[in-house]
Design a protein around this ligand. Structure first.
Ligand code: 4AD
Ligand code: MG
Length: 507
């Protein structure tokens, strides 16, 4: 049987087709039932008219409930006003699977409720669009690395060594031995790069992050290229080209999805500008307000914003009161009541957003003012600095004491290690962590001891320094962090089909 897809309707204008999908919406008016069918490729309004289909079929169509699955046949007509630009004039409607009292209605639900119903939430248009953007990002990542001559290889997920510290390991039983779920494929990536030159891994990684933040998942997907004969500067050039490529692909191929989720793409279009490269020292000065960025000061701009938020909150509260008073006056028309009520709901939503800002900004200010030189950046510090930029920034040369054991000590100043973090703008923060690798076996052994890691588990890794070591570098991009930023999501939980995080194992 021929399969007709909604995305291809332009090809079938004027023809009779059969669509298969789910009823995502339904409304009725005299003698007509409008069913919006979605089939995974798009949405199409199907019009069932009593005159055309007769009484029995029309009654069937009237009974169609939200998210029941259907086959609908009929003629495809061009209609610019419709989403997708076409409409189907139905001649038959056949029920495949009933859907009784679908729990997600066309109204606002709380996030916890939607998370519990994630298996159904995925069917909504917004989630559909995010998943398609995620897919485009994955595709672009492979395209970029394959075009650049990288070989995709896979690192094991059961490992005996901790790559990113021991504090967030998931432990599991491996035939009586302790194994950990991989936090990163990097160490294996280094071995593979010494065989194939330029490789990338792309797989799930696991971190027991016992806190609820908008940035952390327990299971996330990481892309980790590793390149022989690359130093930190080659690495930064690659990261920049890579992020530019992927973002451009998304802008070019996901126009409609970006519109659906309401993403303002003006900032994403800056991706062709050079990414500022800041040393850790410079970045700290910016966070602490000791150095401005394009005339903007981290601290004073936050203080001003707090004042603006508070003024706006006052104005919103007054407007809500006024509208509520208006609603009390008798004799208001139904349409007017509805309009006022909708305005009040909108204002309340904006007020809630402002209240969140009013809570957040003092925390950001506090952490920026009290930032201690030598520390790693926390989420607040990343927010403070990235709000000042409209492109991703690269912060390099970190104090070696706060970064991973494998980073190369800076030959020019041994207090620093050649790590680089990429922080996404608009307050998003770290999306990439990487750097040049230590090649000096002695320094590595020192670091492994300092981090209290079991030496036996790293013997094979040290072999890479014993048998023909070369300068090499790489990085890890958190897929969900990139999806979250490119889609401007409020939280990382919407960037992956079934998020796993502290307190969330179902569905
Ligand atoms: O900065 P991280 O810890 O670096 C590494 O794992 C290196 N071994 C990568 C390398 O050089 N090959 O993690 C890399 C990226 C982060 O920048 C972030 O985007 C993402 O992984 N990430 C997380 N994403 C979601 N939830 C978490 N809990 C994450 N932890 C890290
Ligand atoms: Mg990191």
């Amino acid at each position: 049987m021929q399969k007709y897809l909604i995305k291809d309707l332009a090809k079938y204008e004027g023809q009779d087709v059969t669509l298969m999908g789910w009823a995502s919406n339904k409304r009725e008016s005299k003698g007509l039932v409008f069913i919006v069918l979605r089939d995974g490729t798009g949405w199409c309004q199907c019009v069932v008219s009593l005159e055309t289909v007769g009484e029995n079929l029309f009654e069937e169509a009237r009974k169609v409930s939200l998210e029941s699955s259907l086959t609908i046949s009929g003629k495809i007509i061009k209609d610019e006003r419709q989403m997708g630009g076409f409409e189907l004039q139905a001649t038959s409607v056949t029920l495949i699977g009933e859907s009784i009292e679908y729990p997600i209605a066309n109204k606002e639900h709380g996030v916890d409720f939607l998370m519990d119903k994630r298996h159904l939430w995925l069917r909504t248009q917004r989630q559909w669009a995010i998943m398609r953007i995620r897919n485009q990002i994955i595709f672009a990542i492979h395209k970029f690395f394959q075009e650049e001559g990288f070989v995709q290889m896979d690192a094991p997920l059961f490992t005996g060594n901790a790559c990113e510290g021991t504090s967030n390991l998931f432990e599991t039983d491996f035939y009586g031995d302790t194994a950990y779920l991989s936090q990163s494929g990097q160490l294996y990536g280094e071995a593979m790069a010494f065989s194939l030159g330029k490789i990338y891994t792309f797989g799930p990684t696991f971190r027991a992050e016992k806190s609820k933040t908008r940035r952390h998942l327990s299971e996330f997907w990481m892309i980790e290229p590793e390149m022989a004969f690359y130093d930190i500067f080659d690495n930064m050039n690659l990261i920049e080209n890579f992020l530019r490529y992927v973002t451009t692909e998304v802008l070019q191929n996901c126009e409609k999805e970006l519109v659906i989720i309401g993403r303002d793409t003006s900032i994403l279009k800056n991706i062709s500008k050079p990414f500022p490269r800041l040393s850790y020292d410079e970045a700290v000065k910016i966070i602490k307000g000791e150095q401005d960025v394009n005339g903007k000061n981290a601290i004073t701009s936050l203080e001003e914003e707090l004042k603006m938020v508070q003024a706006r909150m006052q104005a919103i509260k007054e407007e809500i009161l006024q509208r509520e008073e208006k609603l009390k006056v008798p004799g208001m028309k139904k349409g007017e009541i509805g309009f006022n009520q909708a305005q009040i709901d909108k204002l309340k939503q904006e007020l809630a957003d402002c209240e969140e800002q009013e809570r957040n900004i003092p925390q950001w200010l506090n952490s920026a003012r009290n930032f201690e030189y030598g520390n790693d950046f926390g989420g607040s510090d990343e927010t403070v600095i990235t709000r000042l930029f409209d492109v991703p920034i690269m912060v390099y040369n970190w104090p070696h004491a706060v970064k991973a054991f494998y980073l190369k000590r800076d030959p020019a100043d041994s207090r620093f290690a050649r790590g680089v973090d990429v922080l996404a703008p608009e307050g998003y923060g770290e999306i990439v962590g990487g750097g040049e690798r230590e090649t000096d076996e002695k320094l590595l052994i020192e670091k492994i001891k300092e981090h209290e890691l079991p030496m036996e588990a790293f013997e094979w890794y040290l072999d890479l320094r014993r048998y023909g070591t070369v300068p090499h570098a790489g990085f890890g991009l958190g897929l969900e962090r990139l999806v979250t930023w490119l889609c401007k999501l409020p939280h990382v939980r919407e960037s992956i089909p079934f998020p796993r995080m502290y307190g969330r194992l179902l569905p």
